[in-house]
Design a protein. Structure first.
Length: 658
């Protein structure tokens, strides 16, 4: 409907002045015009009535002998005119009727004044004074926002009255030619201006309607985008992104107001075997049925329930005790078991669908991040599976398992640079229209003391928590700028920066010094700020972007779509590039996923910002996303993260074929 209306508006705006208006749009304009006219008509009539009375001063100056007659006339006509229209406006009389009365009122005021003025003995003054009737034409055509027909009627009657009076009463040819032509030309000019103003008012109405429809379309698309990006397509539950936001809010409440919460992770037992036996379509039906049952239990309490992915679900809710969390988890387990969905392919003694559940109470979990509670629930879920499935296990600190992240310390991370256990790799960003490497993202890699690789997902959080990320980030910036200085053929390199670096008061000075020492153009360096890094509404981020832009360094928004400040970020802050998270391109193999990705690309484009799509792993993904108007891609299909020397070799190679 919106598209059809926009097309109708575009066609109407393209019409020439003599072409017939659309009845539908003209009727809508008439309603809008009537509303606007009604709100100002009473005030306009009051002003015109006062002006009519005030012109008694000219009567006293030019035809004083008629003042005793004209002054009562002006008072009677001016006051009754303003009062009568004002009363009718308040009573809701139709606008057409009010316009007609205003037009007739102006004509009556002119005719009465002219006929009385003509009785004056000041013959010469009367002849010249009659020219003041042009003011009545101006009032009818230009002062009131009268429709063209009523304005034409009023000014036409005024001109006709004068011409008849001049021909019959005055009868002097020179006077008739001079003042008659003045009235006629004024009639045509004011009528033309009234027609033009009415047409412009109509076009302003059309443009305003068009802008309003566009705005509503953008808002609707944004709402649909948010809905699509926070809802699981299969079950209708909240997806992982939405659950993450609920977790963040519960965590803030817990840390700020001492209101603990519970996390329950639910995993369908032996679901892979269920899919293998009954098929994926039946598996989808099974997950949908389980979702409905669990949503019923969660919904009556107002708990948040979502699908974490695959056959795993999560419930989050405020909780006063560990016992409350466990009780709800047990109710979920019994609810699913009560569905009695057959599952003869399981690898144990049971023959129906069941779930294993891990529960965690935030009061039992030590840590400075909300994800710690989810990790605790996941540990409990693992314990439930180890103990035979179809049971609930609550997190206990004795369940904690050590991992690489626990053994990493700030001292060990700082020594990584000196021990050469840290290195930089670069993942190319390719312009698929040319096949050339458009830029590269610098990424950090780490090995432990035994030479085994440590995942960035493990050491980066430790570096951020301990503050070592500032030193590691400086090292990464030097590596990136060194590559740019050595390879003029590489247009740009981007480096991720963390919230710790943003908060560092010496950060700007460090960047300036590194860029100056490398001798590179600042515009060849880009700094990536992650959307999930709490940047919306952060004045430090806004100031940093402003200072970096003044220096010439580019600022990119990374992982767009993974946080909940994305739309706000685009409206508050100006980025040189927006990188759309890999989740969306990897989900575009379904019509729903493709639609979501296209909506995100259109949304970024509507903010006049350029786009890089991350996570491209197949040629078909490049082809699809390129059809959405994107030309910059990053992903394994176009190049994995590689050492510096390999990237340099790629730069010298012929253009890659996407």
């Amino acid at each position: 409907m919106t598209t059809a209306t926009l097309s109708l508006l575009d066609r109407e705006l393209g019409k020439r002045w003599f072409e017939r208006r659309s009845p539908q749009l003209d009727a809508a304009f008439a309603v809008q015009h009537a509303k606007a006219l009604r709100s100002e008509l009473a005030r306009a009539c009051q002003f015109v009535g006062l002006l009519y009375v005030a012109f008694g001063a000219m009567d006293a100056l030019l035809i004083p002998d008629m003042l005793p007659y004209l002054l009562p006339l002006r008072l009677a006509v001016g006051v009754s005119y303003a009062v009568a229209i004002g009363i009718q406006v308040r009573r809701g009389v139709g606008t057409r009727s009010l316009e007609f009365q205003c037009a007739i009122g102006v004509v009556f005021g002119f005719v009465a004044w002219l006929l009385l003025s003509a009785q004056s003995t000041e013959a010469t003054a009367t002849l010249y004074y009659a020219g003041y009737g042009l003011i009545f034409m101006l009032v009818a055509n230009l002062f009131f926002n009268l429709s063209f027909a009523f304005a034409l009627m009023a000014s036409g009657l005024i001109a006709a009255t004068f011409l008849v009076w001049a021909a019959v009463v005055v009868g002097e040819t020179t006077y008739l030619i001079c003042f008659g032509s003045l009235y006629l030309f004024s009639f045509m000019l004011t009528a033309f201006l009234n027609f033009k103003y009415n047409r412009e008012r109509y076009r302003v109405h059309l443009n305003a309607s068009r802008a309003d429809l566009r705005q509503r379309e953008i808002v609707k698309r944004g709402e649909e985008l948010i809905r699509l990006s926070t809802t699981d397509a299969l079950t209708g539950l909240a997806n992982r992104r939405a659950i993450d936001e609920v977790l963040r809010k519960l965590w803030l409440d817990a840390t700020g107001s001492d209101r603990p919460f519970g996390v329950v992770l639910i995993d369908v037992d032996y679901f892979k075997f269920y899919n293998d036996r009954y098929g994926h379509q039946q598996g989808d039906h099974c997950l949908a049925a389980i979702s409905r049952a669990m949503a019923g239990a969660a919904g009556i309490r107002g708990y948040a329930l979502g699908r974490f992915g695959g056959e795993e679900f999560a419930a989050l809710f405020p909780a006063a005790s560990r016992a409350q969390v466990v009780a709800f988890a047990e109710e979920i387990r019994q609810t699913v078991e009560g569905l009695q969905i057959a599952h003869t392919a399981r690898r144990d003694h049971l023959s129906g669908i069941t779930v294993s559940i891990g529960a965690a109470f935030s009061g039992d979990v030590a840590g400075d991040k909300p994800e710690r509670t989810v990790t605790a629930a996941d540990i409990a879920l693992y314990a439930a599976k180890e103990e035979g499935r179809n049971c609930v296990r609550a997190f206990d600190r004795r369940m904690l398992e050590s991992d690489v992240g626990d053994t990493l310390t700030a001292k060990m991370l700082r020594s990584a640079v000196a021990d050469r256990r840290i290195s930089a790799v670069f993942q190319p960003i390719v312009d698929v229209t040319t096949g050339l490497i458009w830029g590269a993202e610098a990424l950090m890699r780490l090995k432990d003391a035994e030479g085994r690789p440590v995942s960035p997902e493990t050491f980066i959080p430790v570096a951020e928590r301990t503050g070592v990320i500032v030193e590691l980030g400086e090292w990464m910036l030097r590596e990136a700028c060194g590559l740019l200085a050595a390879e003029p053929a590489l247009p740009i390199v981007s480096v991720n920066i963390s919230s710790r670096q943003i908060d560092d008061p010496n950060f700007m000075g460090t960047i300036e010094a590194i860029v100056r020492a490398a001798g590179i153009a600042p515009a060849r360096l880009a700094l990536e700020i992650t959307e999930g890094g709490q940047i919306s509404g952060n004045p430090r981020v806004a100031r940093l972007i402003e200072r970096l832009s003044a220096l010439g360094i580019r600022v990119w928004l990374d992982d767009f779509g993974t946080g909940f400040a994305g739309l706000t970020c685009l409206s508050e802050l100006r980025f040189d590039m927006v990188k759309i998270d890999r989740f969306f391109v990897q989900s575009c193999d379904t019509p729903r996923g493709a639609k979501l990705l296209k909506n995100i690309i259109d949304l970024v484009g509507s903010c006049a910002q350029r786009t890089i799509v991350e996570g491209v792993e197949e040629a078909a993904q490049v082809e699809l996303v390129a059809s959405f108007g994107v030309d910059l891609f990053q992903g394994y299909h176009l190049g994995r993260p590689m050492p510096k020397h390999e990237l340099v070799r790629r730069l010298a190679d012929p253009p890659a074929v996407a």
